[in-house]
Each structure stands twice: as structure tokens, then as C-alpha cells.
Design a protein around this ligand. Structure first.
Ligand SMILES: [Zn+2]
Length: 257
């Protein structure tokens, strides 16, 4: 299995997983990059997986239907271009011979879902998390509450450490500037920042990340760490409760420049 990040728009990635013959894509906000990859690699499009309803994630779905030889999957509780197979939390789908479990992750949008492949059949677990978890950060709360997003991120943080985390945007460097303001004493964060700076200087993706890495460097997954709690308290956190720390961090990040 080959996992590829197809750049789209200015900072989106459309994730493609293929076995040399058939491919799935996740959140095709535009069709062009997908069509070009299918042509270049001589692949059949076997399925489209959608995580949430935003236009930069679904805008290419209808244009790809002519080449699609399988279903479009998406969250039941959101408005996805029909027809599609509506999925609920805990659902299991099989694509390219791999099982994917559906995880409800409300917060960025009300019905946002993620797709998790635990293995076997590929070299490591895979998570397609849309705009819920980014490397070093998380999605903005357009439709959900801090409590919901904190719970959603906690579910993702509990996945196996070697899970490859396929985020839908290249926001890593901006996220890490904020993360270092939250945790100036985190050495792993400093080392990862240096690696990401060098990687982006070569115009390469910083993704996929891993759950183990995000647990080590992402402040939004580290709300129980004393340094994160102290920084959050200095920015209005009402208590050291996880959701209170998370809410203060998210608000601080919204205003961070
Ligand atoms: Zn979004």
C-alpha cells in the first residue's frame, strides 16, 4: 500500500492510498490533483472518503464520479453531495481490502468523522482525521464546543502510537510556533520544529505525523501536562480540568500571531 499526500489549493492535502491498481482518496476538495495522480499511476478510483462538509473537502466529489468505481462515504449528520453512503460512529467499511473504523469527532464541524485502519494489510495503522487533528494543533471550532473537541481529540490520542496521522492541511509550522509559546520547556517540540523547518524548506510535506509524536509535541493533546496547564491558566483557563485547559488554549491560538 502506498500513501501519498496530493497538494491542493494553497495548503490542503488530498490523501491517496493505493495498491498499484486501485486507489481511495480522502476529502477531494478539487478533482484536478486526483485525476492527474490516477492518470500518472494508472489507477482506478475505488472509493472516496469524506470527513466533513466543508467545500475544500468535498468540492471535487461530483467531478470525480465519472471515474469512480465504488462508493462515496461520508458522515450521516452532514450535508455531503449526494448520493453517498452515510456512516455513523463505530461503522466499519472495507476499501482496497482494508477495514476502516469510523470515529465520531465533533468539534470542527458538528458531524465530523475520522477513518481509522488498525491493520493488518498495511505497514502501520492509518488515521484520516480531516480538520480535527493537525500536527502540533487542531481544527477551529466552527460548530462544536471545546468539550466536544477535547473529547474527540482524546479519542484520537488513545489510538496506537505508530498510527500514521493524515491531516488535511499543511499547518505544521504555524502550529509549532504556538506550541512553543505554550511549552517553551519541551525539548521534543524544539527538535521536531527544527526537522519541520528543514522539511518545508525542501517543499516537502511534514505529514503524515504519528499519534506518538503528537502526544509528545501537540499542546492540544497535552492538557494534563503541568507546563501546559500553567500556560493555559495565564490565558484564562478556569481550572486544570482537561476541557478548561483545552478551551483556553484554543481561544489563545485563535488570537495568536
Ligand atoms: Zn474544515
Amino acid at each position: 500500500m502506498n500513501l501519498i499526500a496530493l497538494p491542493a489549493f494553497t495548503d490542503n492535502y488530498i490523501w491517496m492510498l493505493h495498491d498499484g491498481t486501485r486507489a481511495l482518496v480522502v476529502d477531494p476538495g478539487e478533482a484536478g490533483p486526483v485525476e492527474a495522480a490516477l492518470d500518472a499511476l494508472h489507477l482506478t478510483l475505488a472509493a472516496i472518503l469524506v470527513t466533513h462538509h466543508h467545500g475544500d473537502h468535498v468540492g471535487g466529489v461530483d467531478a470525480l464520479r465519472a471515474r469512480l468505481r465504488g462508493p462515496v462515504y461520508g458522515p450521516r449528520r452532514e450535508r455531503i453531495p449526494p448520493p453517498y453512503e452515510a456512516l455513523d460512529d463505530g461503522a466499519c467499511i472495507e476499501v482496497l481490502g482494508l477495514d476502516f473504523e469510523v470515529i465520531d469527532v465533533p468539534g470542527h464541524t458538528a458531524g465530523h468523522i475520522a477513518y481509522f485502519h488498525a491493520g493488518p494489510g498495511s505497514s502501520a495503522p492509518i488515521l484520516f482525521c480531516g480538520d480535527t487533528l493537525f500536527s502540533g494543533g487542531c481544527g477551529r471550532l466552527f460548530e462544536g464546543t471545546p468539550e466536544q473537541m477535547h473529547a474527540s481529540l482524546s479519542r484520537l490520542a488513545a489510538l496506537p502510537g505508530d498510527t500514521r496521522v493524515c491531516c488535511a492541511h499543511e499547518y505544521t509550522l504555524a502550529n509549532l510556533r504556538f506550541a512553543r509559546a505554550v511549552e517553551p520547556g519541551n525539548d521534543a517540540l524544539d527538535r521536531y520544529s527544527a526537522w519541520c523547518e528543514a522539511t518545508r524548506a525542501r517543499a516537502e510535506p511534514t505529514l503524515p505525523s504519528s499519534i506518538a509524536r503528537e502526544r509528545a509535541i501537540n499542546p492540544f493533546l497535552r492538557c494534563a501536562e503541568p507546563e501546559v496547564q500553567r500556560s493555559a491558566a495565564a490565558h484564562g483557563a478556569a481550572s486544570d480540568a482537561g476541557s478548561a485547559v483545552f478551551a483556553a488554549l484554543r481561544q489563545w491560538k485563535n488570537e495568536f500571531r
